[in-house]
Design a protein around this ligand. Sequence first.
Ligand SMILES: *[C@@H]1O[C@H](CO)[C@@H](O)[C@H](O)[C@H]1NC(C)=O
Ligand SMILES: *[C@@H]1O[C@H](CO)[C@@H](O)[C@H](O)[C@H]1NC(C)=O
Ligand SMILES: *[C@@H]1O[C@H](CO)[C@@H](O)[C@H](O)[C@H]1NC(C)=O
Ligand SMILES: *[C@@H]1O[C@H](CO)[C@@H](O)[C@H](O)[C@H]1NC(C)=O
Ligand SMILES: *[C@@H]1O[C@H](CO)[C@@H](O)[C@H](O)[C@H]1NC(C)=O
Ligand SMILES: *[C@@H]1O[C@H](CO)[C@@H](O)[C@H](O)[C@H]1NC(C)=O
Ligand SMILES: *[C@@H]1O[C@H](CO)[C@@H](O)[C@H](O)[C@H]1NC(C)=O
Length: 280
Amino acid sequence: MDSNHVYLFNGFFFLVIFFLVVGTVLSADKNYEACVTANCGNGPNISYPFWINDIQNSTCGFPGFELSCKSREPILTMSGEEYIIRDIVYGNESFTIVKAGLANDICSPPSYKLSFSHLPFRYVATSVNLSVFFNCTGLPSSEYSRYLLGCGTAEPTNRPRNSSVALFSDDPMLRSVREIGKCDNSVVIPVDKIGNGSLDTFLSREYVAEFLNEGFHLRWTASRCDECAESGGRCGFDFDRYKFICFCTDRPHHRRCNNGKYVKDRSLVFTLFETNQYPV
Ligand SMILES: *[C@@H]1O[C@H](CO)[C@@H](O)[C@H](O)[C@H]1NC(C)=O
Ligand SMILES: *[C@@H]1O[C@H](CO)[C@@H](O)[C@H](O)[C@H]1NC(C)=O
Ligand SMILES: *[C@@H]1O[C@H](CO)[C@@H](O)[C@H](O)[C@H]1NC(C)=O
Ligand SMILES: *[C@@H]1O[C@H](CO)[C@@H](O)[C@H](O)[C@H]1NC(C)=O
Ligand SMILES: *[C@@H]1O[C@H](CO)[C@@H](O)[C@H](O)[C@H]1NC(C)=O
Ligand SMILES: *[C@@H]1O[C@H](CO)[C@@H](O)[C@H](O)[C@H]1NC(C)=O
Ligand SMILES: *[C@@H]1O[C@H](CO)[C@@H](O)[C@H](O)[C@H]1NC(C)=O
C-alpha cells in the first residue's frame, strides 16, 4: 500500500470506530426509550407507575398498574371489571375512574365487585359508598320519600313494587332500609363526597346518574418517581431484582441518573474524535 492508501484506510477505520462509539453514547438506552409517555387517544397521558399493555413495556410501570386501550380510552381492569381512567394526578398519587359501559341510568342497576385486597389501590378520605336498593316494598312512603329514585313506579302487576331508593353509607336510615326494605336487590357504588356538605341530599334519579358518571378517586401505592424524573430519567420496574429502577439515557440506575458518568463518556468521545482527525 502506498501512503495515500494507508491514510484512506486509517481514516475509514477511525470513522467506523467513531460512529460505533458515538452511536453507543448518543442513542439513548433502549429501556429509557421504551418508557416514553403514551396515551390511548383520549384521556390522560400514561407513564409510571401505570403502563399500557401493547404500547409500553411492563418494565415501564409498577406491578398491578397494567392498563389497556379500548375505544381510545385507558382501561384498568380490577376484580374482572373494567374502569375507564379519567384523570391521573401523578403529584399526589391519585386518579379518577368510572365504571366502563355504565347504562346512563341508575334504574338499570350497575354491578360493582370492587375489592382492593390484592391491588395497590385504596379509597381516598372523601370516598363514600352510595347504596342503591331496588324494588323495595317494605318502606313507608312518608319516611323514605326523599330517598326515592323514581324508577318505574307504575307497576300494573299483582305485587306492589313502588320504590328504588339510594342512600349514602353514613346515613342513619341505611340500617332500617336493610332491615325492613324487602328489596329485590342492591348495589354499593363508591362515589366522591361533594364538598363538605351533608350527604342526605335529595337523591333524584338524574343526580345519582351524575354521581356514577363523575366516577371516584383512588390513591395508589408504588415507589415514588420524583427523584428519578428530576434527574432526567424514566421510572420503571426491574423484574429481576423485583425493585424500582430508574432508566436513564445512558443506562439503568438504581434510584436516579448519574449525570457525572454521562459527561465523562462524552469527553471520551471528543478525545477520540480529535485523535481521528490526524491519522498517522
Ligand atoms: C421489555 O421487557 C422485557 C422484560 O419484561 C425485557 O426483557 C425487554 O428487554 C424489554 N424491552 C425493551 C425494549 O425495553
Ligand atoms: C399529553 O402530553 C402531551 C405532550 O407532552 C401534551 O401536549 C398533552 O397536553 C398531554 N395531554 C394531557 C391530557 O395531559
Ligand atoms: C390530588 O390533586 C388534585 C388536583 O390538585 C385534587 O383534585 C385531588 O383532590 C387530590 N387528591 C388527593 C387524594 O389528595
Ligand atoms: C364501601 O364498601 C366496600 C365494600 O362494600 C368497602 O370495602 C369500602 O371500604 C367502603 N368504602 C367506604 C368509603 O366506606
Ligand atoms: C324491579 O321490578 C321490575 C318489575 O318486576 C323488574 O323488571 C326490574 O328488573 C326490577 N329491578 C331490579 C333492579 O331488580
Ligand atoms: C309503597 O307501596 C306501599 C303499598 O302500596 C305503601 O304502603 C308504601 O307507602 C309505598 N312506599 C313508598 C316509598 O312509596
Ligand atoms: C364547609 O362549608 C361551609 C359553607 O358551606 C364553609 O363555611 C366551611 O368553611 C366549610 N368547612 C370546611 C372544613 O371546608
